[in-house]
Design a protein around this ligand. Structure first.
Ligand code: ARG
Length: 445
């Protein structure tokens, strides 16, 4: 079923029809499509392009189609070229020839551009809400376990940090992600309806009226750009790729931390799976899948960028390919954000193991150097002194705080009894700007 054919002498080849159809994936735009059509038909009536009675009949028909799709009595199936054809064909079936007036002063080019903008705008909000949910889970988990843990550089134990502060690093990332989504949503919020195919229409339509009815800030400035702009899908896909990168890093932390080697956390049974051969195993599959799906979302972004590259103005059928890629990215990020929030919410943290790892890794060595600096030793010399102290500790198999004062004094006269208080891990985190790490301060915008 298609909306054209008048100028064709032969039937379309069946293989071509199957190749051309977008209905199997664009059916999900039904609500945006029908809502957009309602605004369009109201405007046609208000501007006197069709009569008020015709407009009312069409609107009623559209309302019926929408509620029947939603109550399941009109399934989104059949041999249609796209969602636009499905809606229009069903409209004509229901209300007769007057339905044929719906498409006055409009093209599928501005129609699909409108549908995608409305869909993208909604999804930006949905993803932003899912990010907020994950942020809350991270904040709560941090607050539940106010313990110290090793911080790493080069994946080598480096300095002590607080577990809530570690969670808060991810909170900062996901807050930036929210801003990116909401910023993209603001930029895209202009209506392309009324651009028609590429050059507007001879009918005296009112683009501002449809833009306002559909909650857009204004109509787009340029018709050619309006029907062929897919920047907003790229921006959102870019934001989604970054979200996935963040989720993938968090996944990697959890995979590592839940290993027998680390034992910092246990991922709840509800989000782990077993091995078919090794009875003892519990695998962090949820996190591995999130990490794996990151590649998919990067692929969607690259695919979409490549689809758009080299397209002359205005609409080209290539743009139909925006949908499977964008939908896949949205679905993937939605499921990953949902599962990650649950993995975090149910995560079992082992503060005892984390604290022990801090004590075993000379994680107060920098503070020993700071202590000497406070007593006038130049930092570079202090660095060398503490390096040699660490060698002695390694040989003895002990921590710096386990050395006697006499032992420490062999390295520098500046040591006195106060060193033990100074390099105690709880005290370290109360000094300097490290204080910011101990209070798990909420810095919501
Ligand atoms: N299915 C098309 C798409 O997704 C709708 C627009 C069709 N426009 C056209 N001139 N054939 O892009």
């Amino acid at each position: 079923m298609k909306l054209w054919g008048g100028r064709f002498r032969e039937e379309e080849n069946r293989i071509m029809e199957d190749f051309n159809t977008s209905f199997p994936f664009d059916y999900r735009l039904y609500r945006q499509d029908i809502t957009g059509s309602m605004a369009h038909v109201d405007m046609l009536g208000a501007c006197g392009i069709i009569t008020q009675e015709e407009a009312a009949a069409i609107r009623q028909g559209l309302e019926g189609i929408l509620s029947d799709i939603e109550n399941g009595s009109l399934p989104l199936q059949g041999d249609y070229e796209d969602i636009h054809t499905f809606v229009e064909a069903n409209l004509i079936l229901r209300i007769g020839d007057v339905g044929k007036k719906l498409h006055t002063g409009r093209s599928r080019n501005d129609q699909v551009a409108l549908d995608m903008r409305m869909y993208a705008r909604e999804q930006a909000q949905v993803l932003s809400d899912l990010l907020e949910n994950l942020i809350q889970a991270l904040e709560q988990k941090g607050a539940e376990y106010p313990c110290i843990m090793p911080g790493y550089t080069h994946l080598q134990r480096a300095q002590a940090v607080m577990f809530p502060y570690y969670m808060s690093a991810y909170v900062s990332m996901f807050r930036r992600d929210r801003k990116r989504l909401l910023n993209a949503r603001e930029i895209l919020n202009e209506s392309p309806l009324g651009c028609a195919a590429l050059a507007g229409t001879t009918h005296e339509i009112d683009r501002s009226m449809t833009a306002a009815a559909l909650d857009f800030a204004k109509p787009v400035d340029n018709f050619l750009d309006g029907v062929s702009d897919r920047d907003y899908l790229l921006e959102l896909s870019g934001a989604m790729a970054i979200i996935m990168m963040h989720l993938s890093r968090l996944s990697e932390e959890l995979i590592l931390w839940s290993s027998q080697e680390f034992k910092f956390v246990t991922i709840d049974d509800a989000y782990s799976t077993g091995s078919s051969i090794m009875p003892q195993k519990k695998n962090p599959d949820a996190c591995e899948l999130v990490r794996g799906k990151t590649g998919r979302v990067y692929g969607d972004l690259m695919g979409l960028l490549t689809t758009m590259k080299g397209l002359v103005l205005a609409y080209n059928k290539d743009m139909q390919e925006d949908k499977p890629q964008f939908f896949d990215a949205v679905d993937t990020v939605t499921s990953c954000l949902t599962i990650m929030a649950e993995v975090i919410r149910t995560l079992h943290v082992h503060p005892d193991v984390m604290t022990k790892s801090v004590r075993q890794g000379f994680l107060n060595a920098t503070e020993v150097a700071d202590y000497l600096v406070a007593r006038g030793v130049p930092f570079r010399d202090a660095h060398g002194i503490v390096g040699r102290i660490v060698i002695l500790c390694e040989d003895k198999g002990c921590a710096i705080e386990d050395l006697t004062l006499d032992e420490l004094k062999q390295f520098s006269d500046c040591f006195d009894d106060s060193i033990y208080q100074y390099i105690d891990y709880q005290n370290i985190l109360k000094k300097g700007n490290k204080k910011e790490m101990t209070g798990y301060e909420k810095t919501r915008e």
